[in-house]
Design a protein. Structure first.
Length: 281
């Protein structure tokens, strides 16, 4: 999955750091991220940004430490308004990052996007409207006036593999850019356990009841600020589907032998499909 980058490891504890020459700079414009062109994705180095700023008479913009992957630090910045991509770099849509290599740079993009959205949306205190300041020790924004503390938003959601013998229920989302097969999915509501979310989402989206709910695995999914919780469960009634057409374009029972290979190796959804298929192989 996206977080499986051994022997590398993401060190995501916040520190008050300054970038080195070879630190990498992550920058966004709208829903696009700046990356190096070519088969192997990389990011602008701090040295390259400084050189561009010197050559164009611009000030180097503020850097916020994000995390480290292996020995390399990553920083979030807002590029100068006059910045234009050089021959080696381009802005690409975040959705397209799923197809990039190596995997650790996809993880960098997704996690940086998660934090970028949090910083962008939390500049002022929601309690007293004072401008927030960053903690020196924690990934936390604090109000200097009323003491309100704001931590990164993480939205728990379930991914559900509903099974019936040699078949698993596969779906396609309605009105979304992602057009491949997926599994039932949905956000956990206030006052609800993850297992209750599984039952509710399956019933709401396809009108089915389930039993024997078993936790499988979790995954951070920074593209949507999620923590995904994977569950398998068994059908507890007939296979007749009542489709919620606002959420899903289709839902169908797929035999394990018809499940395609996972070519991305990124998502919990695709791994769960593969695991189901391999249980019968």
């Amino acid at each position: 999955m996206i977080q499986d980058i051994l022997p590398l490891h993401m060190e995501n504890q916040y520190e008050r750091k300054t970038p080195s020459r070879q630190s990498r700079v992550v920058a966004f414009r709208d829903d696009c991220i700046l990356i190096k062109k070519g088969a192997q994705t990389d990011y602008l180095s701090y040295e390259e940004l400084v050189n561009w700023c010197v050559n164009h008479g611009q000030e180097v913009t503020r850097m916020v430490y994000l995390f480290a992957v292996g020995e390399r630090d990553y920083f979030l910045t807002e590029l100068p308004a006059a910045f234009t991509t050089e021959k080696e770099y381009e802005f690409v849509r975040m959705f397209a990052m799923r197809r990039k290599k190596p995997k650790e740079h996809v993880l960098v993009a997704a996690t940086a996007w998660h934090l970028f959205g949090w910083y962008r949306d939390n500049q002022y205190c929601g309690r007293c409207a004072e401008r927030l300041v960053h903690s020196d020790k924690l990934r936390m924004l604090q109000c200097p006036c009323c003491g309100n503390q704001i931590f990164p938003k993480i939205a728990p959601a379930v991914i559900v593999g509903v099974t019936s013998g040699e078949y698993i229920l596969m779906t396609k989302y309605a009105n979304r850019e992602y057009k491949r097969y997926a599994l039932i999915a949905g956000f956990t509501e206030i006052g609800e356990t993850a297992e209750e979310t599984v039952r509710r989402e399956v019933f709401e989206e396809v009108g089915l009841s389930v039993k024997n709910i078993q936790y499988y695995k979790s995954q951070p999914w920074g593209f949507d600020s999620n923590l995904l919780l994977g569950y398998f469960c068994e059908l507890d009634d007939t296979r007749e589907i009542c489709l919620d057409e606002e959420e899903l374009a289709t839902a169908e029972w797929v035999h394990y032998s018809d499940i395609l290979e996972d070519t991305e190796g990124l998502s919990l959804t695709r791994e769960m499909m593969t695991v189901f298929r391999e249980n019968f192989s």
